[in-house]
Design a protein around this ligand. Structure first.
Ligand code: HEM
Ligand SMILES: *[C@@H]1O[C@H](CO)[C@@H](O)[C@H](O)[C@H]1NC(C)=O
Ligand SMILES: *[C@@H]1O[C@H](CO)[C@@H](O)[C@H](O)[C@H]1NC(C)=O
Ligand SMILES: *[C@@H]1O[C@H](CO)[C@@H](O)[C@H](O)[C@H]1NC(C)=O
Ligand SMILES: *[C@@H]1O[C@H](CO)[C@@H](O)[C@H](O)[C@H]1NC(C)=O
Ligand SMILES: *[C@@H]1O[C@H](CO)[C@@H](O)[C@H](O)[C@H]1NC(C)=O
Length: 323
């Protein structure tokens, strides 16, 4: 099929929904492919479930992938592109995983619905399945994104960044500090390598000792898992109290001084964030926040950053390369 024909089919997706063309961000809806590719959701679900059976750590990786893609110039699958200047090659992205699951889902979808389902939507769908597989909230994400025509430029928080720097980056992307606190609930699952927090274990801020905010009992465990001057590639759980379930226990973990990354630890004591943290942990009740519904709503906001239009986007046929 020619390119023109493919984009006509994609345009039909919009017309079936009675939507205006070119207003991506506002037109997203969960039923976007119900008419043009009704099997899309099932195919993504099957692919993610199969990958999860082989390696259950893939689920956390898929959730992280959405964050990195959306902060890299928008939710446009730019992070999936191969190439020497691609986002995959950049240092903070080196431990990002799960690309092959999205590529594979797209390989299943493409023969049935050629040129219809974007890679960025495939990624957002895969992450929603991953959240569900990890016992998190079940939701049906809004769809209708287009993919980028080139790699993006990311400005992600680094592993030693704290509340101030990270909050500024969320605000620059149109999210607020509460979204950041809620989305960091994703650190309720998955792992982190020692190299990203060993600065807190032995000679914090040139003090000659550990970060005093670390729980003393847990410090010994961390030092054991991350020996001084080791390779830094050992990994520990981001949420030691509940590593495999995407739930609000992460907030109790960080309040108990067991947060591993700087952002996790700082968020529990910073005067601007600690009250929301305490409410999400269920240790205060003045704000009435439910982690599950807040997470779904902030994931939706995250997944709407920098959406492409027909002028600067396309439906990629293969997720690792532009058409
Ligand atoms: C706000 C600042 C953030 C910082 C500084 C940060 C940093 C990191 C770092 C350093 C790792 C460990 C990587 C490794 O060792 O392989 C990690 C893992 C992870 N991050 Fe974040 N992150 C942030 C926000 C987020 C957000 C918003 C999400 C999702 C919505 C997220 C989801 C994850 C997940 C699920 C993992 C585990 C990945 C795995 O096990 O493969 N993070 N993060
Ligand atoms: C990813 O790649 C982009 C593009 O090079 C880069 O700006 C960013 O810092 C990298 N890090 C992550 C985790 O995306
Ligand atoms: C690190 O040490 C400097 C100088 O003593 C101090 O101003 C700064 O607040 C410390 N930073 C942290 C994170 O403790
Ligand atoms: C680790 O390396 C530093 C500097 O390279 C050195 O001063 C320190 O003694 C080493 N620590 C251990 C436990 O080997
Ligand atoms: C340290 O962690 C333990 C759980 O391992 C917890 O019972 C204790 O309250 C924590 N200490 C502090 C100061 O939060
Ligand atoms: C919290 O939620 C409960 C039940 O949903 C409601 O009755 C109560 O008024 C709420 N409190 C606040 C402070 O919003």
């Amino acid at each position: 099929m020619g390119l023109v024909h493919l984009s006509v089919l994609w345009l039909l997706s919009w017309q079936f929904q009675g939507m205006m063309i070119g207003v991506a961000g506002q037109a997203l809806q969960s039923g976007f492919y119900d008419v043009t590719c009704p099997s899309a959701k099932m195919l993504v679900k099957n692919t993610v479930e199969q990958a999860f059976l082989l390696d259950n750590s893939i689920a956390a990786a898929l959730i992280r992938l959405v964050f990195h893609d959306c902060f890299a110039g928008g939710c446009d699958a730019s992070i999936l592109l191969d190439g020497p200047n691609s986002e995959k090659q950049a240092v903070p992205n080196l431990t990002v995983r799960g690309y092959e699951v999205i590529d594979n889902a797209k390989v299943q979808i493409e023969p049935l619905c050629p040129g219809i389902v974007s890679c960025s939507d495939t990624l957002v769908l895969a992450a929603a399945i991953a959240v569900e597989l990890l016992g998190g909230p079940v939701y049906d994400p809004a769809l209708g994104r287009l993919d980028s025509l080139a790699p993006g430029n990311v400005n992600l928080p680094g592993p030693s960044d704290g509340v101030a720097t990270s909050t500024a980056m969320f605000i620059a992307n149109g999210l607020d500090q509460t979204d950041m606190i809620v989305l960091l609930g994703a650190h309720s699952v998955g792992q982190v390598q020692c190299q990203f927090f060993s600065n807190r274990l032995y000679n914090f801020n040139n003090s000659g000792g550990p970060d005093p905010s670390l729980n003393a009992t847990y410090l010994a465990t961390l030092q054991n898992q991350c020996p001084n001057n080791g390779t830094g590639t050992n990994a520990v759980p981001l949420d030691v109290q509940s590593e495999f379930v995407l739930d609000n226990k992460y907030y109790s973990t960080i309040m108990d001084g067991q947060g591993v990354l700087t952002i996790d630890a700082e968020m529990s004591t910073d005067p601007g964030t600690r009250n929301v943290v305490s409410n999400l942990a269920g240790r205060s009740t003045d704000l009435n926040i439910s982690f599950a519904s807040a997470f779904v709503s902030s994931m939706d906001k995250l997944s709407r950053i920098g959406l492409r239009t027909l002028l600067d986007g396309q439906v990629r046929r293969v997720c690792s390369a532009v058409n």
